[in-house]
Design a protein around this ligand. Structure first.
Ligand code: UT7
Length: 338
């Protein structure tokens, strides 16, 4: 019988670290006061119900890939990685530039990362942690050495700007992380991911795919924009992030007292406060930037990670917990030793 050549090694798994982070937010700021001139809302309502004060909106020619590439460049500069060294680009997004090519391929072209295998991950707001786990696996098992994971979304293009229930919540942005194995033991300790497709309807964009293609009739009914049952999403967000956070800690064999900083999905301050309450952790331990960026979907936790690390919220050796939820439903949590 013909021998199948072995392409994988049998070496023990490697530890995988985040060696660089970056983020990007478009220049244009849309404040609550601006929104109050567009729909029947107020700064008071948005601030008290969500904690959001302003969000960034991409320019008309600024696509998801442009924001993703800018975040990636910041991350690459931080850890001195050249584009040719990147073996794989994973972009988590639900607002791709095009259905295909994947946004990751657009990013590859923009960066000149000619040696990378590129693809997108669709897990809504949970996508960055899904991408992190995919990258982690490929490095741990010695398939690749350097992986760029990006969470990027331009939800301003998926929002119905006449629907006050949703248009006040979202913003545009991108966050990136470079993964590599380091000799030190720091790195991704554990990641837990889960989904429940039976809740797909509570947060979705029903149109645009093969089920409801882009037709003038479907567009008139706003089926190609975000549809959300806010109250139901709120409840499931708290429960799924609570369970995911506990699961990751259990897998990592750690207590909340061991964690220096918790970075949750940035959707609504009331969701984060309810989570803190259920987990019995003080809000001071939780990183929040949704007041300035709103909910940037897959970018949110990645942007917050970059910002928190640059502000010195944690140092080498500290444990961080990231926890997210999103449409699907999807959820995920990751414990990292920085
Ligand atoms: O990445 C995941 C994305 N999604 C989420 O995380 C969303 C989770 N859900 C939420 O954050 C909250 O449910 C919302 C912020 C969306 C809504 O807050 P709420 O406290 O659940 O408000 P509600 O939906 O119960 O609405 C209360 C009232 C309603 O008026 P009536 O029926 O009581 O007269 C709404 O029509 O507030 C009204 N309302 C608004 N009023 C002013 C809804 N949106 C607005 C608005 N401005 N923007």
């Amino acid at each position: 019988m013909r021998k199948v050549p072995r392409t994988r090694t049998c070496k023990p798994n490697r530890t995988v670290s985040i060696i660089g982070t970056g983020s990007y937010a478009p220049e244009h700021i849309l404040t609550n006061a601006d929104l109050a001139r567009m729909v029947d809302t107020s700064d008071e309502w948005i601030t008290s119900r969500t904690g959001i004060k302003e969000r960034r909106i991409a320019g008309p020619k600024e696509f998801t890939s442009h924001m993703a590439a800018k975040a990636a460049q910041v991350a690459m500069e931080q850890c001195h990685i050249r584009p040719e060294e990147i073996d794989m680009i994973v972009v988590a997004t639900v607002s791709p530039d095009t259905f295909f090519p994947a946004t990751a391929c657009h990013v590859q072209r923009l960066l000149g990362a000619k040696n990378a295998a590129c693809f997108d991950v669709s897990a809504a707001c949970s996508g960055f942690l899904y991408g992190l786990e995919i990258g982690q696996q490929f490095i741990a098992n010695h398939t690749y050495n350097t992986i760029l994971v990006i969470g990027a979304d331009r939800l301003s293009s998926l929002v119905n700007w006449k629907d006050r229930n949703t248009c006040v919540l979202f913003g545009d942005g991108a966050g990136a992380a470079i993964l590599r194995s380091r000799d030190e033991s720091y790195g991704v300790i554990t990641t837990y991911m889960g989904s429940d497709g039976s809740y797909g309807d509570i947060l979705s964009m029903p149109g645009g795919g093969c089920a409801l293609p882009v037709t003038s009739e479907n567009c008139e009914q706003h089926l190609n924009t975000i549809q959300m049952n806010g109250k139901e999403t709120f409840k499931l967000a708290v429960t799924s992030m609570q369970n995911a956070a506990l699961r990751a800690l259990q897998q990592a064999n750690l207590e909340f007292s061991d964690i220096k900083c918790i970075i949750p999905h940035q959707a609504n301050i009331r969701i984060i406060e309810a989570l803190a309450d259920r987990l019995k952790v003080p809000m001071e331990k939780i990183y929040v930037n949704l007041d300035r960026f709103g909910n940037t979907s897959a970018a949110a936790v990645a942007m917050a990670l970059d910002e928190a690390s640059r502000k010195g919220c944690f140092e080498i050796g500290d444990y961080i917990l990231m926890v997210v939820f999103g449409g699907g439903l999807t959820w995920a949590s990751s414990v990292i030793q920085w």
